[in-house]
Design a protein around this ligand. Structure first.
Ligand code: HEM
Length: 337
């Protein structure tokens, strides 16, 4: 319910009639949602700083460690630390969330039990994790999803109908994606064609042979977890956007090794359960509230793949706000309940 309410509040700020780049706006939506769900605290005006900081951290971890010394990175870090301080202060004042502990409550419990489990040096980044995790993952995927929908009028129509039915019949807390079947499959196909994290890095613990190569222990290897997404043997006409792949009859994604947008094995993404629901509800709210300008079917998207996969310069236009009776919600914001 809160995810819907937060989305509604954020997209109410999107301008009508004027084209704008959608990814930064969606980042605000996702950061607000994650902040509420995992920390009980809104990131408010800090989302752009968090986004800059995250970009810097990813670049410094992979190619250019000195990037964090740049003035704009220092500024972003200082602002992010300010937010971390505000979250901790808020938690000190209000205590753990009454409805059940959130991520920050659990981390603070851990620290109280044994400070070595969460030392002071890691505290700020841990407190910021709820806000950072979705910025380059869920938000980019949501923008890719929007592009896929806006250039396919039949999909936009069926997702809008699905969203209308969902809101008119009322949302049941925790019901998942049962009534958002088209949305769910559009999200899955988007994650197949635009996996924001298409490979993972590992250091081998033991030596082994692979495809005729000897890989010694201690080698840094990149595992292309999403390679299967583009293979004809798993997904016929792999470059084609086709949500029928995920029906029970075809179930192409269920073949072993075929589909892994969230990675695989012991370190599979911990957000893999949450993200599809979040994407489904966010898209449903957008389509319920806004009439968006369709894109041409041949709309070409520019994609940047470093430090993570994301659309660049992808603009949309809101044609108008749809009118209908508002659905009941529980409300949200910087509260601990
Ligand atoms: C579209 C959104 C997302 C995608 C595509 C995605 C994808 C991934 C991938 C590919 C990995 C690496 C798995 C591996 O190393 O084998 C990963 C790890 C992880 N993800 Fe996500 N992620 C997304 C959003 C999220 C969100 C929102 C959260 C938090 C709620 C999250 C939490 C994590 C964590 C904690 C790990 C590390 C797991 C571990 O090392 O054991 N992810 N994710």
């Amino acid at each position: 319910m809160e995810v819907v309410e937060i989305t509604r509040d954020e997209i109410a700020k999107w301008p009508v009639g004027k084209r704008f780049e959608v990814l930064p706006r969606i980042r605000h939506v996702i950061a607000e949602q994650m902040g509420y769900v995992m920390a009980g605290y809104s990131p408010g005006g800090y989302t752009n700083d968090l986004s800059t900081l995250l970009g810097g951290l990813l670049i410094s971890a992979s190619v250019f460690p000195r990037v964090m010394k740049l003035p704009r990175m220092r500024r972003a870090r200082a602002r992010a630390e300010e937010l971390a301080g505000a979250v901790l202060e808020h938690k000190r004042k209000v205590g753990p969330r009454r409805a059940g502990p959130d991520f920050i409550d659990l981390m603070l419990d851990l620290r109280e039990a044994d400070p070595q489990l969460l030392p002071e040096t890691n505290l700020n980044l841990t407190v910021l994790a709820p806000y950072l995790v979705g910025l380059d993952t869920t938000a980019s995927t949501c923008a890719f999803m929007l592009e896929n929908v806006l250039k396919r009028p039949e999909l936009m129509e069926s997702m809008t109908a699905e969203a209308d039915a969902l809101f008119e019949q009322g949302l049941t807390p925790g019901e998942g994606l049962r009534r958002l079947d088209v949305s769910r499959r559009v999200a899955m196909e988007t994650l197949r064609l635009h996996p924001v994290s298409p490979a993972v890095l590992r250091t081998t613990a033991n030596s082994f042979e692979f495809a005729g190569y000897r890989i010694p222990a201690g080698t840094l290897v990149m595992v292309g977890t999403s390679v299967g997404h583009a293979l004809e043997e798993y997904f016929p006409e792999p470059e084609r956007f086709d949500i029928e792949r995920y029906t029970d009859v075809r179930a192409e994604h269920r073949q072993r090794g075929a589909y892994a947008p969230f990675g695989t094995g012991n370190h599979r993404c911990l957000g893999a359960g949450l993200v599809p629901v979040q994407l489904g509800l966010t898209m449903a709210t957008i389509l319920r509230e806004l009439a968006l300008e369709p894109l041409r079917p041949d709309h070409a998207l520019r994609v940047r793949s470093f430090p993570t996969m994301r659309p660049v310069g992808f603009n949309i236009r809101v044609l108008g706000r749809r009118t209908h009776a508002a659905a009941a919600t529980n409300g949200a914001g910087n509260s601990s309940s």
